[in-house]
Design a protein. Structure first.
Lengths: 108, 115
């Protein structure tokens, strides 16, 4: 079993839909990252969080440390949100462990 | 603030050839990472530097891969000789320093295709 599991693996939705991507992890962590990767490979860090909730524009990230679970939400989704979203955790040894990513496709 | 720079962006080589990638981290970032991302998978750490010293290279295939960060700033990753299974995106990232869950900043990646 992977230490970081994401669901769903693939998600296709219509423009304006509310999107939720989930991440569960099995190790103790110091921080959790949500990353966005567009075709071509470049990765952009969206959030780094260790508790509670963060919001940036239409993106919201939450984390529940007790349940070892985090969610990334996108409100009013848009085709330009189409990308791979990767959950990554930093464990107690400062090693970063990546999930396999969720491929999101927003249809116009 | 300039981000992490990588070059080349794309490279196509034949198996058994050699290839080198370059990374220039964000100015002042002491920690530099090289990741390999095979299609459909999350990135895998190859090597981690703190200044010019290696912190972790446990997953680096040392028979063919090598990396250096001689002056503690930019870094090169080399593959010699390349195999078909080395086809991947090679990502470089940097963070201010090691520890404390520091945020990593990623470069655009180098997409390697081995024919």
């Amino acid at each position: 079993k992977n230490e970081v599991e994401q669901s769903p693996q693939n998600l296709t939705a219509q423009e304006e839909e509310f999107i939720t991507i989930n991440c569960s992890y099995s190790v103790g962590i110091s921080a959790l990252h949500w990353l966005q990767q567009h075709p071509g490979g470049g990765i952009v860090s969206l959030f780094m969080l260790s508790s509670g909730k963060k919001k940036h524009g239409r993106l919201i990230a939450t984390i529940n440390i007790q349940e070892k679970h985090s969610s990334l939400h996108i409100t009013a989704s848009h085709p330009r949100d189409s990308a791979v979203y990767i959950c990554a955790v930093m464990n107690r040894d400062d090693k970063i462990i990546f999930g396999k990513g969720t491929r999101l496709h927003i249809l116009p | 603030e300039a981000g992490v720079a990588q070059s080349p962006r794309y490279k196509i080589i034949e198996k058994r050839q050699s290839v080198a990638f370059w990374c220039n981290p964000i100015s002042g970032h002491a920690t530099l990472y090289w990741y390999q991302q095979i299609l459909g998978q999350g990135p895998k750490l190859l090597i981690q530097f703190q200044n010019n010293g290696v912190v972790d290279d446990s997953q680096l295939p040392k028979d063919r891969f090598s990396a250096e960060r001689l002056k503690g700033v930019d870094s090169t990753l080399k593959i010699q000789p390349a195999k078909l299974e080395d086809s991947a995106v090679y990502l470089c990232a940097s963070s201010l320093y090691l520890g404390g869950g520091r945020e990593q900043f990623f470069g655009p990646g180098t997409r390697l295709t081995v024919l």
